[in-house]
Design a protein around this ligand. Structure first.
Ligand code: UDX
Ligand code: ADP
Length: 454
């Protein structure tokens, strides 16, 4: 059996590495049109930072896992082709700002149709709007060969991708359950995962249910974050503590404790895009009330980011022009180098509008990435990229913690305090520091939902 995956990104790379690890008898080719990315996958410095991923790639690369730009040959030789390319929110024309741009998916389907000498199983791995499989099917049907299209959305979270892939809550496979050929294709894919995932965790559905389940799962997770963030605003107004509320609420087994960590707002490539997709679908099918319901989740997220940036500004007497703010963390969450939709982008954008000077430190995000996300040049004197948290904080009026990196918890804050201006502020956007200890060291501290923001 030979597998090909088109798209060597945050999903395709780790997922295929895990399949290669678990299925030593299969050849897995991961292809991408981005030669730099492929070069990085073939080097010691992988383009995706994920704890444990280096090790998986080291065990498989060159044995049964291959990264290349030769898209045509990999497709031609494969029995199963995964499509794992990006599906960003459309920025132009009809549906701009909410619908997904499917041009990358469509071009993959056309490429598969063009180079395949025989029929294959084609698996949509990227999150797609419901009924995208139809687009792929229609293009492939025009070849007259026997293709089977399956939907197999990926539920891994960045930062924990390797363990999520190794031990998934479920694997979802959508396909044509009504025909024997469709069922056979579903079983062929299921049998790959069954090498390491217990059968009862492999769920099969029809295509549309699978596609919609992925959007819904992400929408529910994002909704929990927006729900707790809305309560954080109320905590600040009333003197309640959001962490205490989240703990008490999450202890109800019907509610559960995960995804109740109040923050500066969710980021990442999936939540916002999938919510907007859901809104677009509801609108498209003339369900305005359902659309407004999900739209509110994204509105709350935008509000939370704005509210935090505003609280920093207000605390510093409404004036941060020319003041140095040390920004701890830029990735959208800990243990990843990904900055897509990172709340840090909007929050720091607000600081730059006030002409603050920003000194960044993130353990994994490159200087180029930070500058590109903020839309500033390397010459912009307001933005400095540092190689340590200590360097960033030196001479700063405030520390603004935006990503929950473990190393921020164990810094020598007494030393940091000495090097900062007075009064020295810490704005903990992730509620991950020991606030009473910091107050003891002489810092002024503000968290999220701690009954203390204006
Ligand atoms: C998410 C889904 O979890 C995953 O199943 C799907 O496949 C892709 O989208 P990801 O975006 O990689 O994964 O990370 P996740 O851990 O879900 O975090 C998303 C954002 O929510 C991050 O910005 C994170 O900091 C934030 N978050 C998460 C909170 O603010 N509070 C929480 O309690 C949990
Ligand atoms: P994700 O987080 O969904 O994995 P990424 O943006 O990290 O998204 O990765 C998607 C990858 O797909 C990119 O590396 C991009 O170059 C690649 N890609 C997009 N279109 C094509 C295509 N037609 N053929 C091959 N690779 C493609």
């Amino acid at each position: 059996m030979r597998i090909c995956c088109i798209g060597a990104g945050y999903v395709g790379g780790p997922t295929m590495s895990m399949i290669a690890l678990k299925c030593a008898d299969m050849r897995v080719d991961v292809v991408d049109i981005n030669a730099d990315r492929i070069r990085a996958w073939n080097s010691d410095s992988l383009p995706v930072f994920e704890p444990g991923l280096d090790d998986v790639v080291r065990q498989t690369r060159g044995k049964n896992l291959f990264f290349s730009t030769d898209v045509d040959s990999a497709i031609e030789g494969a029995d199963i082709v995964f499509i794992s390319v990006n599906t960003p929110t459309k920025t132009y024309g009809y549906g701009a700002g909410s619908a997904s741009d499917l041009s990358f998916v469509e071009s993959c389907a056309r490429k598969i149709a063009e180079v395949s000498k025989s029929g294959k199983i084609v698996v949509e791995k990227s999150t797609m709007p419901v009924r995208t499989a139809d687009v792929i099917k229609t293009i492939l049907a025009s070849t007259g060969k026997e293709f089977h299209v399956l939907s197999n959305p990926e539920f891994l979270a960045e930062g924990t991708a390797v363990s999520d892939l190794e031990n998934p809550d479920r694997v979802l496979i959508g396909g044509d359950e009504s025909s024997p050929e469709g069922r056979k294709a579903i079983e062929e894919l299921a049998s790959i995962y069954a090498r390491w995932v217990p059968r009862e965790r492999i769920i099969t559905t029809n295509l549309w249910s699978s596609e919609l389940s992925k959007l819904t799962a992400n929408a529910f997770l994002a909704q929990r974050i927006s729900s707790i963030n809305s309560i954080s605003a109320l905590c600040e107004a009333t003197g309640a503590d959001i962490d205490q509320v989240a703990r008490a609420v999450g202890a109800d087994s019907r509610i559960g404790s995960s995804f109740l960590r109040s923050s500066i707002g969710y980021g990442g490539s999936c939540f916002q895009k999938d919510l907007l997709n859901l809104v677009y679908l509801c609108e498209h099918f003339h369900l305005p009330e359902a659309a407004a319901y999900w739209r509110a989740v994204t509105d709350m997220n935008a509000y939370q980011k704005r509210r935090f940036a505003r609280a920093v500004l207000d605390s510093l007497f409404g004036n941060i022009r020319g003041k140095k703010l040390a920004v701890f963390g830029f990735a959208f969450k800990e243990n990843t180098n990904d900055t897509r939709e990172s709340p840090a982008i909007d929050i720091c954008g607000d600081f730059l509008k006030e002409n603050a000077n920003l000194a960044f430190y993130d353990p994994k995000v490159s200087a180029e990435q930070i500058r590109s996300d903020l839309g500033v040049s390397a010459e912009d004197p307001r933005v400095e990229i540092c190689t340590s948290a200590y360097e960033a904080a030196n001479g700063a009026h405030a520390i603004v913690l935006l990503t929950h990196w473990e190393e921020f918890k164990t810094l020598d804050y007494s030393k940091i305090k000495e090097s900062m201006c007075t009064p020295a502020w810490i704005f903990d956007g992730r509620n991950c520091l020991d606030h009473s200890r910091l107050i003891g060291l002489g810092f002024l501290v503000r968290g999220i939902g701690k009954g203390n923001l204006p």
